[in-house]
Ligand binder design. Structure first.
Ligand code: AMP
Ligand code: GLY
Length: 435
């Protein structure tokens, strides 16, 4: 073992459960050396070294990677990608995994992404884009309800408004284009058709030439049970989905994944990294809701519990454009990851609440607790964000995995803790007849 050349890794992200899960998996590689997290949380601190640099401070990150002689950096959240972290690292000869600024535009500009889908005939909701308030309003008033209004740029998960009345739609457009509540992110809006069907997450790893599709998964974005209340970063993920069979996955590959990656290459922006489209399985076939240019959170946590191949080997193969040379194996299991959030989230919430019971939860079989908004204060673990922890479980069936996760959650407590008790319920009841 000593002869193995250990790699120093830097994970640049949002300090959430996704980053903890990726680090947790990488730490299992015999080739993993020190793992740095910028910024990290109390969970990442246990498996590596937290670095007090914000993920949007690209210059400081560059200096750090150089000084520490980091062998491989992973860019895993949207903001640094938008700021061109991959381009900047490469310019200085540093090895980094993730899409370029131009390729990640597929996530950070909804106008770009919708135009791209339109130009390449990719299946998505009917839409128009506007920068003029009067024209946008005129168009919105003529659409059937509900109608979807989207802010062009990054909006921290608050940029999609599903308007149930024309008044609501006009108010949203005014807020964005006139009142500028999203500042320059809202210089343009997309107005689009409301799609109906189960929403699923697809992750595909691409090195710009080859690609590998991950099993299907599903997030639960609303705070409330029965998909009610405000949108969140994601309250729970399950995977693989029992209602997404091989035929559906093949259809998704043929109609969405392969043509998208080909189109990006044709446009001179080959995609390297994780491309994560959210899809709606409509009665007209799968349609793209949006593209993300990174791992989902908590999708990543679920995938890391299912992955059976060394993640470092996979990422190295990806950076070296040799994804065709590696087989990605998945455990024959189902996994879930359920978010435990602060009281008040996704609105205002308090921090600094003492967290108890993680060790007891992890003593139960097949449970791993990933940290998100956590910090050590005076040797005590306390809450430090909206989504605080993710409790993940694996089992031979989805029902069993969920049962295990909820049983483990019973051991964990902090003041105001809230979570959805219906994760996976809809998927278990889903019977899908797809065209
Ligand atoms: P986002 O904040 O971009 O992740 O989008 C939030 C959520 O809005 C998505 O996860 C969908 O559930 C919903 N959504 C976005 N676009 C549409 C659409 N065209 N039809 C129906 N729901 C949509
Ligand atoms: N799972 C939602 C997201 O990462 O955007």
């Amino acid at each position: 073992m000593d002869s193995i050349n250990k790699q120093k890794i830097l994970i640049i992200g949002a300090g959430g459960g996704r980053e903890h899960a990726l680090g947790w998996k990488i730490a299992q590689s015999p080739r993993a050396g020190q793992i740095f997290f910028a910024p990290g949380n109390a969970g990442t601190e246990r498996i590596g070294t937290n670095v007090d640099i914000k993920s949007n401070d690209i210059l400081k990150l560059l200096d750090f990677a150089k000084k520490e002689k980091v062998d491989l950096t992973l860019a895993v959240s949207d903001e640094p990608l938008y700021l061109g972290v991959v381009d900047e690292f490469r310019k200085r000869g540093l090895r980094i995994w993730g899409p370029t600024k131009a390729a990640s535009q597929i996530e950070w500009s909804k106008v770009f992404s919708k135009d791209f889908m339109h130009r390449h005939n990719l299946p998505t909701a009917e839409f128009q884009t506007f920068s003029d308030y009067q024209k946008a309003k005129y168009y919105a008033m003529r659409q059937s309800l509900p109608v979807v209004i989207k802010v062009d740029g990054l909006a921290f998960g608050k940029g999609v408004i599903i308007a149930n009345t024309h008044d609501e739609a006009c108010k949203a457009i005014e807020d964005i284009l006139v009142k500028k509540i999203f500042s320059d992110s809202g210089n343009e809006v997309v107005i689009e058709e409301f799609l109906i069907g189960p929403e699923i997450s697809i992750h595909v790893l691409s090195d710009g030439i080859n690609y590998k599709i991950f099993p299907s998964s599903q997030d639960h974005k609303r705070i409330g049970e029965g998909d009610t209340g405000g949108n969140t970063g994601g309250m729970g993920v399950i995977g693989p989905l029992p209602f997404v069979n091989k035929e559906i996955m093949e259809k998704i590959e043929k109609e969405i994944i392969a043509p998208t990656l080909r189109a990006m290459e044709e446009d001179g922006i080959p995609f390297e990294g994780i491309l994560y489209p959210s899809l709606m399985l409509t009665t007209d076939g799968p349609k793209i809701i949006e593209f993300n240019a990174r791992f989902g959170d908590p999708e990543a946590q679920t995938y890391m519990r299912l992955l059976d191949t060394d993640l470092l080997d996979i990422l190295d193969a990806c950076v070296d454009k040799k994804l065709d040379k590696i087989e990605i194996k998945w455990r024959e299991k189902f996994a879930c990851n359920i978010a435990l959030a602060s009281g008040g989230y996704p609105g205002n919430y308090e921090k600094g609440k003492i967290i108890g019971g993680i060790d007891e939860a992890e003593m139960q079989p097949d449970i791993i607790v990933f940290h998100a908004g956590t910090i050590m204060k005076n040797r005590t673990l306390v809450t430090n964000g909206g989504r605080v922890l993710g409790v993940s479980a694996t089992a031979g069936t989805l029902e069993e995995a969920l049962k295990k996760a909820y049983k483990a959650i019973d051991k964990i407590s902090f003041e105001g803790m809230q979570y959805r008790r219906d994760i996976g319920k809809k998927a278990l009841a889903q019977i899908l007849i797809l065209k």
